[in-house]
Design a protein around this ligand. Structure first.
Ligand SMILES: CC(C)(COP(=O)(O)OP(=O)(O)OC[C@H]1O[C@@H](n2cnc3c(N)ncnc32)[C@H](O)[C@@H]1OP(=O)(O)O)[C@@H](O)C(=O)NCCC(=O)NCCS
Length: 157
């Protein structure tokens, strides 16, 4: 199996929407708060993927197996924070690999391209968020050398 990681193009947008939906159902099983709305794929494609593909500050990647989209990622450069010395940083908004292709190194390959892109933009730090109960994602990011530096808390009322 030869997997190619390339920048997403218009012809990949439909497949990205389907993978986003698959990742949504995966997250729904982790925590129902992430249950995607019925019919939300077109909105995701229009408002996020198509929009960000045009921006210099975003990187949309797809993993292709003989032209078939089996994974995607969306990353961005975030600006400095008002009042803080902190500089611009890289943020990975989304990454998903279709279930039958997981654990074959595709996530790692996409991450390597994302990090290369961050470096090319003079970015020295990459960040992302995961759900505490997402064992798969937390295992993946930890293996890739990411460290927890923040917790998001909630209380039902
Ligand atoms: C997280 C994800 C993008 C990783 O992609 P991938 O191509 O499977 O990753 P790689 O093959 O490069 O890395 C494999 C590692 O990921 C983790 N992983 C992947 N699938 C896993 C599974 N089913 N169970 C447990 N860990 C898993 C493990 O750490 C694994 O290492 P190991 O095989 O040595 O245990 C992919 O599993 C995925 O799409 N998950 C569902 C959506 C999601 O949670 N996205 C991340 C949002 S922050």
């Amino acid at each position: 199996m030869t997997i190619k990681i390339v920048k997403a193009e218009e012809k990949h947008v439909t497949a990205i929407g389907q993978l986003w939906w698959e990742a949504g159902l995966f997250h729904q099983n982790v925590d129902p708060i992430f249950t995607p709305c019925e019919g939300s794929i077109p909105d995701f494609k229009e408002n996020q993927v198509r929009h960000l593909m045009k921006s210099e500050d975003w990187l949309a990647l797809v993993a292709l197996d003989k032209g078939r989209v089996v994974g995607y990622s969306l990353s961005e450069i975030r600006g400095s924070s008002p009042g803080l010395k902190r500089e611009k940083y890289g943020y990975i908004d989304d990454m998903g690999v279709t279930a039958s292709y997981r654990r074959k190194g595709i996530g790692e390959k996409m991450l390597a391209e994302i990090m290369k892109w961050f470096k090319s933009k003079d970015i020295a730090r990459g960040e992302l968020q995961t759900t505490a109960q997402n064992v798969v994602a937390n295992s993946f990011w930890q293996k890739q050398g990411f460290t927890v530096y923040r917790h998001t808390l909630y209380k039902n009322i």
